[in-house]
Write a protein that binds this ligand. Sequence first.
Ligand code: BDR
Ligand code: CA
Length: 327
Amino acid sequence: MRSAISVIFDTDPGIDDAMALYLLARHPDIDLRAITTVFGNASIEVTTRNTQRLAAFYGLDLPIASGAGGPLRVGAERDAPAHVHGDDGLGGMVHRLPAAARALDPRPAHELICEMVNAAPGEITLLAVGPMTNLALALRHDPGIAAKVRQVVVMGGAFGTYGHGGNVTPVAEANIINDPEAADIVFTAGWPVVIIGLDVTQEVVMTNDFLGDLRGSPAGDFLWEATRHYQDFYDGLHGIGGIFSHDASAAAYIVAPALFRQRRGPVRVVLDGIACGQTIQDHRKPGAEPNAWSACPPQQVCVGVDAEGVRKLFASLFKNSQEGVPQ
Ligand code: BDR
Ligand code: CA
C-alpha cells in the first residue's frame, strides 16, 4: 500500500489557493498536517480568515498558523491584487463559507514549520503557493530544517517556456515579486525544490465549461461562484474563457509528478531594478565560468505539463465528493 504524502500547505487564499486546498483535502494520497498563511492575494488578516473558513468548509481539523504580513525587505510592500481575487480574496464569496471551526495555532507560521519538520525528519513536503516569506523565515530560524524536509514544492516564477513571461511585470510572477529576497533564499537553500511556474500553470486552463461541470457538490458550487471574478480578470486579459489554475497545478504535482517535465539547474531571483522578481535558471551544461548560480544547489523547474491530466485529476475529486463536504 502506498503511504500518504505528509504536507504542510503555505498559502494566501486566493481563489486558486482555495482550489489547491480542496485537492489536498480530498486526495487520498495526501496527509495534510497543517496550514500556514502568508500575505499576498490579500492582507495576512484576510488570507488567514479565508484559510480558517475554507478549512471549516472542507471539513479539515488541523493546525492553522498565521505567518508573515509583508516581505522581508521593509518598505517593499505591494498593494493586494483585489482586481484578481476580489476585495475578500475569494471573489466576493467568503460569506458563503462557515465560520472558523478552530482557533489559530499560537505559533507563528515559521515556528510551526520548524517544529513539525524537526518532529518528522525526512517526511514533510512543504507546498508554498504564496510569497515565500514564511519558508525563508523558517530557514533563518533553524537552518537545520533544510536537511530534514522531504521536498519543497512552490508555485511561483516564470522562465519563459512557451513564451510565458511574468504576470505582474514582463518578467516577474506575483508570488516572487511580492518577496524576491525570500524566493532567492528558498531557491538557493540546500533542500530539494520543485518550481511550478507560469511556464506550466498557464498551460493548464480550466474553462468555464470545465468549472461548470464541477457543480453539484457544495465545494463545486462554491468554487464555481468564487472563480467568476477570477475568470473575468483572466478572460479579459487573455481571452481564455476560463482561468489559469496556478496553485491547483502545484498541488497536483505532489500526487502526480509524472504529469510534469522538469529541467535541472540552480535558480536565482533578480532582487533590484526593472527585472526585479525575474527567476532565472542556469540549465547549461557544467563547465561555464563561475557565476552567481554556480555555488547554488540545482533545483527542478517544471517546463512541461500534461494539462489534460491535471484537469482530470482535479475533476475526479469532485465526482467522488458528493458526500462528506459540509453544506
Ligand atoms: C500566483 O499568484 C497568486 O495570485 C495566485 O494565488 C498564485 O499563487 C499566480 O501568479
Ligand atoms: Ca496563491
